[in-house]
Design a protein around this ligand. Structure first.
Ligand SMILES: *Cc1c(COP(=O)(O)O)cnc(C)c1O
Length: 384
């Protein structure tokens, strides 16, 4: 992603300088929150900006857990970014990891229900992650949270631009906080920044006060607080990003479609909803090649192509989280994390570049497979 060009914003930056207002939910920030609500969330609910999505998650999780001070767990997938678990720990909870669905790579409803049967009365908050911007079934969680009477916050860091089945941005108008990132590496790229979207206005007001030192009246703390505010400069970048966001999303969707047509032999994430605003292209290697992922990534790098493996290691494999968290059955998580790679994607990637990446990937996979067949035929499973 390319954040908005700073060099083109001199008059807007001068206006901020002349206003003398640099932060504290100033006029540029107010304009951004309204524009996000109107343009991205079709006027549903409201938005509150934060200095990052991680800070937004900490705020929202802490606020949700406040109702259940005698409970200690935050239920979340292990297949997510470190920020989800860190945020829960900062909010005073212990992450409890559960497994994901084999096709959508989101928390598996069966696994969630199973864990809640055992830990239900000790779970303060469930924190589903919308993996790689793919939508998740929020109605399922709505029913679940009322059945078990637990809090909920959605980590939707990569979901600005993703559309659910009704054609709204993921999370639009949802009753619990949905947290998005505007980090430079996300599709809605600024520099640093987050957005909490919520259909519940009172909840959003409380989070706004918490994000401003817990002040409800002028400079009087009436609740737990911290400084979660986005600066006016950060808000300006957000407004600028909003201008060309539709084109950026369209470009990424077109690149994702190209990858999918050119790599029919690979397993992609099953799309939930109308559109995923992918910021890179996650794909599974055939199980027979997964043990050679490092070699494949190195071979691709030698040919000038950057390939990553996001969320692998998954959280339960990080030493810090392994020592702090409770780990459920993660059979599917292990397999997906073992096989996943992320292919390059950027706003201006040309058709020929995608084609070249696919061609080189297939060539390098071919080399790996040959070696496996030639030197280690016994290691090749019959399937895949
Ligand atoms: C990027 C990301 C975050 C953190 O967002 P920041 O704005 O960088 O704090 C949290 N969770 C997930 C799943 C992410 O991908």
């Amino acid at each position: 992603p390319r954040p908005p060009a700073l060099s083109k914003l001199s008059s807007e930056l001068c206006a901020i300088e002349n206003s003398g207002v640099f932060s504290n939910y100033g006029p540029v920030n107010t304009q951004l929150e309204k524009a996000l609500t109107d343009d991205l969330f079709d006027g549903l609910g409201g938005c509150l900006t934060t200095s990052s999505a991680t800070i937004g998650l900490i705020l929202a999780i802490r606020e949700a857990a406040e109702l259940f001070t005698d409970r200690k767990y935050a239920l979340m997938p292990s297949f997510t970014f470190a920020a989800t678990a860190h945020a829960a720990i900062w909010a005073g909870l212990t992450p409890l990891f559960c497994d994901i669905d084999r096709d959508t790579w989101a928390m598996c409803p069966r696994s969630v229900k199973q864990i809640l049967e055992t830990y239900g009365d000790r779970v303060a908050c469930v924190i589903p992650y919308a993996p790689f911007g793919n939508c998740i079934d929020l109605d399922f969680y709505e029913r679940l949270t009322s059945k078990y009477n637990i809090g909920m916050v959605v980590d939707a860091a990569a979901s600005l631009g993703s559309l659910d089945y009704s054609g709204h941005n993921f999370g639009a108008g949802f009753s619990n906080p949905v947290v998005f990132s505007m980090h430079a590496t996300k599709l809605f790229a600024t520099a640093e920044g987050g957005v909490i979207h919520c259909g519940d206005g009172d909840r959003l007001s409380r989070l706004r006060a918490m994000g401003n030192f817990g002040f409800t009246q002028s400079r009087v703390a009436t609740m737990l607080g911290l400084n979660a505010k986005l600066s006016e400069i950060g808000a300006l970048l957000g407004l600028e990003r909003l201008r060309d966001f539709k084109e950026i999303v369209a470009a990424h969707v077109a690149i994702a479609d190209l990858y999918k047509t050119q790599l029919p032999e690979f397993t992609f994430q099953r799309v939930v909803g109308q559109r995923v605003a992918y910021m890179f292209m996650p794909v599974l290697l055939p199980a027979s090649c997964a043990s050679r992922r490092r070699m494949l990534i190195d071979a691709m790098a030698r040919r000038g192509i950057g390939v990553r493996h996001y969320f692998s290691p998954h959280l339960a494999e990080h030493p810090f989280f392994a020592s702090k968290c409770v780990i459920g059955d993660l059979t599917v998580t292990q397999e997906i994390a073992w096989r996943v790679i992320s292919l390059p994607m950027s706003d201006k990637m040309a058709v020929e570049e995608v084609t070249a990446v696919c061609k080189i990937l297939k060539e390098e996979m071919g080399v790996l497979l040959w070696e496996l067949i030639f030197y280690h035929p016994a290691k090749l499973p019959n399937s895949d």
